[in-house]
Write a protein that binds this ligand. Structure first.
Ligand code: GLN
Length: 266
C-alpha cells in the first residue's frame, strides 16, 4: 500500500508539506504506523502535485523519497495553496517505474490510490462497460470505450482506475453523466466494489481548491480548520484536531468544511 496526503490552504512550500510534522509523509515512507496488511515500507517511488495559476504541476521519481535531494533542496522553494503527495509501495506484480507513481493527473485534477483492485484487468474492464451502460441509459452519448483503458499511463490498477474516473469527472464537469466530481468518484468506487467487494480503495483527489476522497479498507484522517484542509493516510503530527474517517465513506474537504457521507453498502 501507499501513503498519501492532500492539502488546501494558505500558500506553503511544496517540499514543506511532504516533510511537515514528526510523522510526515517522508517519515511514513519508511516508518508507517497503519499499513493494514499492505506491505511494510513505501519505497517504490513517490510523487507530488501542486497548483499554479489553476494548472496542476507534478514531480515524480520511482526511487524512495528519502534518496531524492529535490525534496529538501528544490521542492521547498516552490509554493502553492494546494499540494497532493504520495509515497508508493507497489502491489506485487505491478511495475516499479515513474509512470506508475501517483499522483496521476488530468485537466486540473490530481489523483492517488491507496490499495489494490484484485483481478484489475477483468474488474476494471467490467466497470468500464457498466458505466457505459449506465451513462447511455441516462441519455449520454457513449462515454466509456474499452479501448480508452489502453491509454493508461502504466499497467497498474491505479493508472487504469484513473482513466475511468478522470473520464467520468470530465463528463460531470461538462454537464453530462456523473453530475459532479464527488458523484463521479462515488459511481466509480461503487462500481469497482460491485465487481470486487474485496477491493482496497482509499482514493484521494484534488483540483487545487478542494479534496475528495473515498475510504475503503485503508486508513484516512482529516484535519480541517478555518483556513486549511488536510486529508492524509496517517496524521503527520499529534494535533488533537485530526479526525479519523471511518471505513466506506465519501469525503469532501476544503478550508472550514468537511463533509462525510456513506458509500452505498455492497
Ligand atoms: N496498487 C497500487 C500500486 O501498485 C497502489 C499500491 C498501494 O496502495 N500500496 O501502485
Amino acid at each position: 500500500m501507499c501513503r498519501h496526503l492532500g492539502y488546501v490552504g494558505p500558500s506553503v512550500g511544496v517540499g514543506e508539506i511532504l516533510t511537515r510534522g514528526t510523522h510526515s509523509l517522508h517519515h511514513q515512507s519508511w516508518a508507517p504506523r497503519d499499513m493494514r496488511g499492505g506491505g511494510t515500507i513505501n519505497a517504490d517511488g513517490f510523487g507530488v502535485a501542486w497548483w499554479q495559476e489553476g494548472a496542476v504541476r507534478r514531480y515524480r521519481n520511482p526511487a524512495p523519497i528519502w534518496t531524492d535531494p529535490a525534496v529538501t533542496d528544490v521542492l521547498p522553494q516552490l509554493t502553492s495553496g494546494a499540494v497532493l503527495g504520495s509515497v508508493r509501495s507497489a502491489t506485487v506484480g505491478m511495475p516499479v517505474e515513474r509512470s506508475a507513481c501517483a499522483p496521476f493527473t488530468a485537466g486540473r485534477w490530481a489523483f492517488s490510490h491507496n490499495g489494490v483492485v484484485p483481478r484489475w484487468r477483468e474488474v476494471l474492464t467490467a466497470v468500464s462497460s457498466d458505466l457505459d451502460v449506465e451513462a447511455t441509459r441516462a441519455g449520454a452519448t457513449r462515454l466509456f470505450e474499452t479501448a480508452r483503458l489502453l491509454e493508461a499511463e502504466a499497467l497498474t490498477d491505479s493508472a487504469v482506475l484513473w482513466v475511468l474516473l478522470s473520464d467520468l469527472i470530465a463528463s460531470a464537469e461538462s454537464g453530462g453523466y456523473g453530475e459532479s466530481p464527488a458523484t463521479a468518484l462515488r459511481l466509480v468506487a461503487e462500481a469497482v466494489l460491485r465487481h470486487a467487494p474485496e477491493a482496497r480503495l482509499t482514493l484521494l483527489l484534488g483540483d487545487g481548491e478542494q479534496l475528495l476522497a473515498v475510504s475503503v479498507h485503508h486508513g484516512l484522517s482529516a484535519l480541517v480548520t478555518e483556513d486549511a484542509a488536510v486529508l492524509a493516510s496517517e496524521p503527520y503530527d499529534d494535533d488533537p484536531r485530526w479526525q479519523p474517517v471511518a471505513d466506506r465513506k465519501l469525503v469532501v474537504a476544503r478550508p472550514g468544511e468537511l463533509s462525510v457521507d456513506e458509500l452505498t453498502p455492497t
